[in-house]
Each structure stands twice: as C-alpha cells, then as structure tokens.
Design a protein around this ligand. Structure first.
Ligand code: MD3
Ligand code: FE
Length: 197
C-alpha cells in the first residue's frame, strides 16, 4: 500500500468538497443496511460513476442506479479521474467512486472489500474533513492490525498485496478539521469493478 500523507493541499480539498456537494445534491446520501437483518450502517453513502456500491437486506452489490431515486449515478468528476491517473497510473479508469460520509460517531467495522470482480486493479482512497483512526490487518480476521490516522488531504492506494486485507474505521476525531462546515469526515474510494480484458 502507498500512503501519500497530505497529498491534496487546502485548495484542492476545498474544490473536491464543492464537487462532492454537487454530487450528493443529485445522488443523495442513503443509509445502507446489513444483509439479512437490515441493521443500518452508521456511515451514509452515495456513489458516482457507471456503478455504485449498495447494501440492503438482499446483500452487498454494485449497481448502475441509486437505491432510493432509481436514477443512474452521476459521472465521476474529471478532477477525480485525473487524480486516479496521476496517482495509480492504472490504464483503465475507475468504474465506481463510493462516497462515505461519517458523522462524528460513525464507524466502519473490520471488513474485506470483495464485491468487485477485479482484484488486480488498485483502490484509491481520499480522506476529507475530520481525522479518522484507520485499522489495516491481514487476510484473516485474527491477523494483527496496524493503525493509522487518516487526515484531510491524505491519499491511500491499495495494491494487490493489501487488496483483500481486513480494514475498518475505528473512530472519527470531531473538530480536527475546518474543511467541512459540519463535523464529520468524507472518504472517497475509486475502484474498478468488472474484469475488462
Ligand atoms: C484496505 N472505507 O469504503 S478507505 C470502504 O475510510 C472503506 O471510509 C474506509 O473501507 C473509509 O470499503 C477506508 C481505505 C481503504 C479502502 C479499501 C481497502 C482501505 C482498504 C481495500 C482493501 C484494503
Ligand atoms: Fe473497505
């Protein structure tokens, strides 16, 4: 994995927040629920790109439309496509950009991202707003974990080695960033979903 601490400057972060506000005006944040029991996530989500990640009682999946509005997801902004090119150098563009919004008391339990077909492509993560404690483990839930503080403007690139590692967000540190008007954190993850040969 590559951790590009402080990669985006203040102006770039602010420009991204403006883009994200426009995206969530078109594709509002929704509350995903756990498969089977339907327990709501504390993180609210939206997506942009041809595909978006959703979760409800029938399971985790990628789909082309918003689960509430049934509209196609808005396109990924050019600035994010450029960021993907510059930082990953991957020859194919991302197909999904998941927008996670964490209230100060939101967390994301330890999990593996394996709903994609293509595990060779990198995942690019961008953090905005309040600091978060990110935990990265190994391929088994019992493997030891390392913690990182993800700050506004930080970028993470997950390559093949860490692609199937357990990870999660333990907590948000409210009031650590002035970027968003409200306390909380936004994380963007850009991904390939299909195996395009
Ligand atoms: C390590 N998001 O959306 S981003 C997720 O900060 C997710 O919102 C976290 O985990 C967040 O699925 C962490 C960094 C990240 C993203 C994908 C990974 C780390 C990863 C996939 C494999 C291993
Ligand atoms: Fe994840």
């Amino acid at each position: 994995m590559q951790y590009l601490s402080g990669y985006l400057d203040e102006a770039a972060q602010q420009a991204l927040v403006v883009e994200i506000r426009a995206l969530v005006a078109k594709a509002p944040l929704f509350t995903p629920t756990m498969p089977r029991w339907g327990r709501p996530f504390s993180v609210r989500m939206s997506n942009c790109g041809p595909l978006g990640w959703v979760s409800d009682k029938s399971g985790y999946r990628y789909q082309a439309t918003h689960p509430v509005t049934a509209e196609p997801w808005p396109p990924i902004p050019q600035s994010l496509l450029d960021l993907w090119d510059v930082t990953t150098g991957y020859p194919l563009p991302p197909e999904a950009c998941l927008i996670n919004y964490y209230h100060p008391d939101a967390k994301m339990g330890l999990h593996v991202d394996n709903d994609e077909e293509d595990f060779d492509a990198p995942i690019l993560s961008v953090s905005l707003g309040d600091d978060a404690r990110f935990r990265l483990g190994g391929r088994e839930r019992k493997d030891s974990t390392e913690s990182y503080i993800l700050r506004s403007g930080d970028i993470f690139i997950l390559d093949e080695e860490d692609r199937l590692a357990y990870h999660g967000i333990d907590r948000i540190y409210p009031g650590t960033s002035m970027l968003l008007k409200e306390a909380g954190r936004i994380n963007l993850t850009m991904r390939r979903v299909t195996r395009d040969c």
